[in-house]
Ligand binder design. Sequence first.
Ligand code: URA
Length: 434
Amino acid sequence: MRTVDLIERKRDGEELGPEEIVSLIQGYLDGQVPDYQMSAFLMAVYFQGMADREVSALTECMLRSGQVIDLSSVPGVKVDKHSTGGVGDKTSLIAAPLAASAGVVVPMISGRALGHTGGTLDKLESIPGFRTDLSIEQAAEQLRTCGLCYLGQSPELAPADGRLYSLRDVTGTVPSVPLIASSIMSKKLAAGLDGLVLDVKVGSGAFMKKQVEARRLAQLMVAIGRRADKRVQALITDMNQPLGYAVGNALEVMEASQTLLNGGPDDLTRLSLELAARMIYSGRVARTLEEAREMAQTRLIDGSGYRKLKEVIQAQGGNPQVLDRFDLLPNANGAREVNSPRSGFVSAIDARDIGRAAALIGAGRATREDTVDPAVGIILEVKAGERVEAGSVLCRLYYTSENNLEEAAHVVEDAFRISSHAAEERELILEVVG
Ligand code: URA
């Protein structure tokens, strides 16, 4: 069948057969299907969606486009955690060391900042010397010795996802349930995991704006994982305001360090503990979820999660002292305050705007080729629900260059809604799927 026929059938809402999806993706990887046809196909999927059978075929085909890592020589149950993308979300730097210090083996495949969302690899690379380009052998060795490694998607691991994601990023086709599900699950299933804890974000700073879409995405990913015989669970969590106070790479490492010393923001601590507990339970280190929650809490309070992150930083070439001495991290040289225009209550802080503003001053990238400035970002001084006075500081922008600074400050001003009444507190963990 000609590619154009497949595009037209998807455009008209028809279900494609697994072999048709395989031939399309294979053709794209081989160079027979050009970017413009794949873009049209992705847009058709964006509008028409996909049946579960099509998503399974797409995931399988993307997963088989590279190697499937065999971690069977590494003792222990391997569990990863993945977020669908948010703002200020540094839970991977907290939950993974907590779970690893409890005995779970965590091969964490992480991504980079894109658009308004942050990426764990960029946060870690703000630590001078930290390397995320480990070979599969190096990663396996580190898992044997310290139980946790952070690595990026390589050309060997689900390369079809790398190609498709870049195309989606520039064709407006990222926020699609079947495309996100197949993208995440193909790389996760290629990583040789036994279990996976998913954090599906919903709200202004997430790709899924409505809970019903987030639920569909969570259910789809859980079903794909279960069919592959993996233990998969998803939390649906609020991303209407940034998580914690810090947004920006080195700033988020600092906040993660404070959180691992049990001095972090309440929302970030609660979500990290819950994710860690579910990783511990999924890794069969605890018999019940309640026991797993206690283990995560103990690892936070006794500092073992903190020490585990230091061990990983050392193992991956970074200076572990950065967690105690923030002056060893890249630091901005200017700060610009954003003040409240009136007295009242903060009723909302649009996470997408905060993410966009941070990206504008260099914390994120507009295209995959851009480099990030590790030092810059935004620190919120208040969160939704808090009372502010006219002129009080809402947040500070930390910058190294004044390029885009005023535009970013305006975006941030618009992100804060100040009203005369205190809004009802939002739940952070909205649902559990699986
Ligand atoms: N994260 C991914 O890995 N893929 C997506 O499509 C969206 C978020």
